[in-house]
Write a protein that binds this ligand. Sequence first.
Ligand code: GLA
Length: 386
Amino acid sequence: MRKTTINLIIIIAVLCIFGCNKKENDQKTQSQHMDNIKVSNYGVTAKGDSIKKYTLTNKNGMKVEVINFGGIITSLTAPDRNGKYEDVVLGFTKPEGYFNGNPYYFGALIGRYGNRIANAKFTLEGKTYEIDKNDKPNSLHGGKEGFYTKFWNIEPVKDANFPTLKLTYTSADGEEGYPGKLFTTVLYTLTDDNSLEISYEATTDKSTVINLTQHSYFNLSGNFTKAVTDHELQINADKFLPVNETLIPTGEQKEVKGSPFDFTVSKPIGKDINSDDDQLKKGKGYDHNWILNGNGMRSIAKVYHPGSGRIMEVLTDEPGVQFYSGNFLDGKFDTKTGGKNEFRTGFCLETQHFPDSPNQSSFPSTELKPGQKYQTKTIYKFSVKK
Ligand code: GLA
């Protein structure tokens, strides 16, 4: 045999062995990821649905717990500067808290439309749709039987690189007043760099509107009785959307510069929250949508808790984020770390399209037509400052 042929055979053999090993290793990692998802019984709803809890664990020991009711994240741990993992998301102490209305939308997947739609109606392709009016004159977070009250099908994903859950829900044509049968898939992935990645997809059989989001409340101190006003927040946004008395955007896109809404440079959430400002009065604090700078997948916000050293960074491809400083938390429920869920003991950074987009033609469109695919992604990444 000629030397070049022999060399070729050797190269092919080496590549084969390497390839087989890689495949074996990949399979090993994938099955390890399946081992990193544990399923347990969580509770039974009034309708008789038996609810399961899925616990994802990454290689550092970070854990995320998700239930197939509302796609709710019931717990998420993150390390402090000493490496101590503690739960940093608000939630109820008993399953019934979630099953009986979840008045604060703790941890939930929100659909079909995150945030408010004015007067609970909109017109699409010449037809007016009346949707559920659950927030004074408006519709909030998809209505009182929105996605956060639904039974989601959950499957651990076998061929994913990290522990991943696939959640699916089909919303019937006309559900809560929205047109079109909507097929929704959400992936929750817990990566080894302590990120929770949330990928949303949907298709419809009739033109409709859609704005999915996640409603976790964070308190990076790990103590849910403490106010989050000491957390330092930075938002990459030069403008925000002022609102009317019922928290519907007026349509104005206002510069944050020189106002309490300026988070372009990191500052404590509490620094300007009690300023004499008409917008802060309307929201009882911050409950507004910031118009994020740039587009495509990008880092849009960072929160730092000086006491624990915990940092949470938010990345998204969405145009907006609702920063809500927990102004409707009212001490009616026990927290997971004792005490009650008092005023401003949690904050949300809900990535989304702008509120009331179906009624505001100057906002980026939230329409979804048959044949199109709705796709969006958000990442909550946890780290520490020593
Ligand atoms: C959103 C809204 C708030 C409030 C909370 C839930 O963040 O913008 O006004 O309704 O949900 O309490």
